[in-house]
Design a protein around this ligand. Structure first.
Ligand code: ZN
Length: 316
């Protein structure tokens, strides 16, 4: 099954089940609406179905508590960066406010001159879980999606903590949907490639991970409780490179899908945001044309009573 989150003009985001033509079912290229968030509890079909082309796909999940990244988990990438492969997984956090969806713009901040793409397999957690043994990890995984662990490489090199380098707004595109029918062995043996303006830059296989999916989830759950909707980024193969405003970056994983995002400069993004009421939820409101739609709480379930308008302070 493929679980997507989507919005129609003026409507609240909904979850749905995607059927593609390749499934050879009765409803190709559609999304069937669900009554709620399948990561939060049992859901049913509402009976509504939309053509995939007629809806806007959003990030398939906004992590309730955290995104955990894993550094240097492909030997050839560690090598290209001049680093050794770590004995234990090297983990870091990205804030849930860095998440954007398919087609949303990655914004290059003025603070960095070297923002790079990192195509990665993302694991979406389905249950509250702590200290999960390797052999039981399959019980806590909801599914898999595609991610781009966008990284300001210059900040990563100049600051000992990676919080800014990895955590800037828009630095975590995920999507286009969550595949729930793969087990860890299937997800861990897929072609993964990243292209910039259509030219392939990264070309690897998820089987090349140093620490595999089960070991990563188990290791991370030793120190932090995993919640439904949390996302683990499993590392990137060799071939990372810089993105410039005006370019388009796409990450594709076999059997899961293609995640494509345009890249814009911060100045262009400010111009574009003039007609957007909220920078917390730009993906859900920017083209809805309906300023009354209250989508902020749905977009970011971790936030409580977000005011619809985010105040931006101009630097002195
Ligand atoms: Zn990464």
């Amino acid at each position: 099954m493929r679980i997507a989150r989507y919005a129609q003009a003026g409507a609240r985001p909904e979850f749905g089940v995607v059927e593609l033509a390749e499934d050879q079912g009765d409803h190709p290229n559609t999304v069937s609406a669900l009554t709620g968030d399948p990561m939060a509890g049992p859901v049913n079909f509402t009976g509504e179905r939309h053509l995939l082309d007629s809806v806007r796909l959003l990030a398939p999940v906004i992590p309730r508590s955290k995104i955990i990244g894993v550094g240097r988990n492909y030997a050839d990438h560690a090598q290209e960066m001049g680093n050794a492969v770590p004995q234990s997984p090297l983990v870091f956090f990205k804030p849930n406010t860095s998440v954007i969806g398919p087609g949303d713009a990655i914004i290059i901040p003025h603070a960095s001159k070297d923002v790079q793409f990192e195509g990665e397999l993302a694991v979406v957690i389905g249950r509250i879980a702590r200290q999960v043994p390797v052999e039981r990890v399959h019980e806590v995984i909801f599914g898999y999606t595609v991610a781009n662990d966008v990284t300001a490489r210059d900040l990563q090199k100049s600051e000992p903590q990676w919080t800014r380098a990895k955590g800037w707004d828009t630095f975590c595109p995920i999507g286009p949907w969550i595949v729930t029918h793969f087990d860890a062995a299937e997800a861990g043996s897929q072609h993964i490639k990243t292209s910039i303006d259509g030219v392939i830059a990264q070309d690897g296989n998820t089987s090349e991970m140093v620490h595999d999916i089960a070991h990563l989830v188990s290791f991370i759950s030793e120190f932090t409780t995993l919640l439904p909707g949390d996302v683990i980024l499993t590392g990137t193969p060799a071939g990372v490179g810089r993105m410039e405003p005006g370019q388009s970056v796409a990450v594709e994983i076999g059997g899961i899908g293609l995640l494509s995002n345009p890249v814009v400069g911060e100045d262009a993004a400010e111009l574009r945001s003039d007609d957007v009421s909220s920078t917390v939820a730009p993906d859900d409101t920017s083209d809805s044309g309906d300023e009354e739609a209250d989508t902020s709480g749905v977009n970011n379930p971790g936030a409580v009573d977000l005011d619809e308008t985010t105040t931006e302070f101009d630097p002195e």
